[in-house]
Write a new protein. Structure first.
Lengths: 342, 342, 342
């Protein structure tokens, strides 16, 4: 792959400056690793590192400062441009679309066109695999699972019976979709008897689930993840959770059972919620937030129990003053005693 | 499946009121989804939602209010009744009891009667699989593993060598039983050399382990989980832990190594303990508790470091007053200065 | 296996006291389980339990007290001696070095000498498996993966394309090496479009990764784990992390993306960091530390946000006094009012 800076500016719908438009670029790399034939990018606070980079051309936003006469392509969203450049210079390797003779595909499963099912994968009775899906080795697809088009299931994924996947769903290795929810009846003798988990999981279009994350099937009805929601590694979604569209859930997030969550929420790492609550849309929960009650829309929250971010900052700041406060109050006590003795 | 309300009341050992005893019920659903031919249930605080439900009959406790003349079956434990109704109307699908020709079963393994071992599962030398066990695809059962009767191992489960499972054990997908404990000797040159983990894991009867949870084998002797203990997803039990009977451990709980835990303890989500401590019985640890010392019996604890729940509530309440306290002390300081200047 | 105490003292490079040097020892066990023919060990605070042990001989350090005339072998590092005794009395079972006819090994993969590849494992095109590696069932080794000598990959491990493993790397069951990093471009319409994760993961010599832990591949370049670093279960390392040598990361630790970490750091359970920070060497982060900024060398830190351990202790102590402080300030207020009314 070889592109001129002019071609790249056009591809990125950007403008270029200080450059020989015929300069040939052959790769995309990080600021530190890039050489004279590479394109790189920066966003604040990394823009200042551009001066030290050996990259042939750099992608910046119109708001970033000029670069001492060095070649720059300006675009609105340099991170987005970087993603486009990766797709141009490092396209994903094509997977051969064939059903391996070493895979097990039940005769009643329906497999679409242009599908790859690799060795040692297991497709159960009544499963439907949409056109263009890629199923890596050691994947289990349970009975009557329905999968849309162009899904990718990486090695060692489990999708249990009756779950439904939209189009372009990506399941990273070790993800478990539709494991039994954690539901028991506590008996008088102290034992816990299992409540059958008879529902399923529905993942909308463009959902991605990270490595070793778990989304439990509903007790009845469905655990639902809305279209465009992206889930990182080692995340837990409990039974009967309903998550909206375009949410982001970072690693180690834990959502208890029967929680309803709106659209466009971000849960940073290790954030968690109690069960049976409702969370609106457009909220941001800072890392390790612990949400223990309903939340409306458009909040930025932090702490445990989670509170509005600004209040949390104040609380945290005040707590750091407690040591001084203890000393101060002792002094005041002495002053008062002196006054009393006058 | 079709049952009259009378038959259902009998099945649930309850009483019915306001009903045509011959009304036919064909399914069990949640309050919101249920229609006129469905039975549903409610427990506080959801009982008030019954009025809006279209369910043909609802299961409530004798303590719940009357339902405006609508049909009700009264039982002591509505949640337990719901579990029974799920077993009646939505019995688990039977798994064909056959050893797949695509599974690997070592010639020295002993496989009981009525066992299913599905394709691509691997049963090692000397393993014993009890009667009625169901082993899904991609399960690994190591050398000399002993498994009681009627266990269920979902896809992608690993049970390492020499581990012992009781009867009716359920391992959800991705669970790892008997992985090496995290044990090293720190050498003077800064390196860490591995301590062989030569023990095993013993799971009692009716233990359930959630998706992608890990129970490490002991360094010597056994990591033990007592009968009836239920473990949720993504939980970590360290080497040489000994957990009693009928405990509940929710998602993301982490128990460090060499911890001894009694019976009937509940660890809510993300709760964790330090290593080498002893915890009694009948304790409840709130979500994200951090237990750093021994704990007796019958405590409800919260916070990090974990403290009695009521103390924790007081502490949390007092901490929220620190901001005001800072202001108040400044005012008092001024008052004192005034007094001093008089 | 049968060794005299004299032979064992020699093997451990220790000295023995109070003993019949010809006493025959046949096993190594914990203090509680050991019998008269077993050797055991203790380190503080467990040394006092030695008196109750039935062990034939015990390993202690020269600093520990005498044991009432009972046989003792003295060594500098009793825990290290215990590890050596486990290797002597309980050597790991040899795995038959053969490539199973039920494994899939791509014709272009290069498999070294003395390698075991067990049934249902999948070795992709261009992969290189070094001499002496042991690959258990259900392992996926992606395209062009390079693996050094004597690595052990337990069942259900995934190593994605282009990752590189050093010598003697151990991957516990369910570990995922090289899953996609969590990278998206946030579009104006609220959707998140995937950034291709085109880099890889490099694990140094003697790295161990615990069960169901995840190390994400870099967006570009490499996520790196230095030689000798040991990672426990359910740990998350984000894309482009660079971790130094001989670190220890306990269960449920989460390191966000683009974090640079030096050598010899210990992260206790559930500790976590924000992204894009730099951490020096020789630091100890207590359990559940939350690191939100750069950290130098040689620190012991705790709390969230993480602060120096001693400060954290003071802060925690002062916070426990807030309840009393509130009362005290109310009293002072009354005293001041009295003074004002005089």
């Amino acid at each position: 792959m070889e592109k001129t800076v002019q071609e790249l500016a056009q591809y990125l719908q950007g403008t270029y400056e200080n450059d020989n438009p015929e300069l040939k670029i052959t790769g995309v790399k990080g600021l530190v690793e890039a050489g004279p034939q590479d394109i790189s990018f920066a966003v604040p606070p990394y823009v200042e590192h551009c001066h030290k980079s050996r990259a042939g051309v750099m992608v910046l936003s119109p708001q970033d400062p000029p670069l001492d006469g060095r070649p720059v392509i300006r675009v609105e969203n340099p991170r987005g441009a970087f993603a486009l450049l990766l797709e141009l210079f490092r396209p994903q390797e094509e997977v051969e679309r064939v059903v391996s003779q070493y895979a097990f595909v039940h005769p009643t499963a329906k497999v679409g066109a242009n599908v790859a099912i690799q060795a040692f994968s297991y497709i159960e009775a009544g499963a439907v695999i949409g056109d263009g899906c890629v199923i890596y080795p050691h994947v289990y697809v349970g009975k009557r699972v329905k999968m849309g088009e162009n899904c990718t299931l990486y090695p060692n994924v489990t999708v249990r019976e009756d779950c439904i996947l939209g189009n372009r769903v990506i399941l990273q290795s070790g993800a478990v979709i539709g494991g039994d929810g954690f539901g028991y009846v506590n008996q008088k003798d102290g034992t816990h008897t299992k409540v059958l988990q008879t529902g399923n999981v529905i993942l909308g279009d463009d959902v991605e689930v990270g490595s070793n994350s778990c989304i439990d099937r509903a007790t009845v009805n469905s655990t639902i993840v809305g279209s465009g929601t992206k889930i990182d590694n080692l995340v837990q979604l409990g039974h009967n959770d309903v998550v909206g569209k375009n949410c982001l859930m970072c690693a180690h997030v834990g959502i208890s059972g029967s929680v309803t969550i709106g659209d466009n929420n971000t849960f940073a790492g290790q954030a968690a919620t109690t069960g049976h609550i409702t969370i609106g849309s457009n909220n941001l929960f800072a890392g390790r937030s612990g949400v223990i009650g309903n939340v409306g829309d458009n909040n930025k929250m932090a702490g445990f129990p989670a509170q509005p971010y600004k209040e949390w900052l104040k609380t945290e700041a005040s707590l750091r003053k407690v040591g001084d406060l203890l000393k101060k109050v002792k002094e005041l006590e002495k002053e008062i005693k002196k006054l009393q003795q006058q």
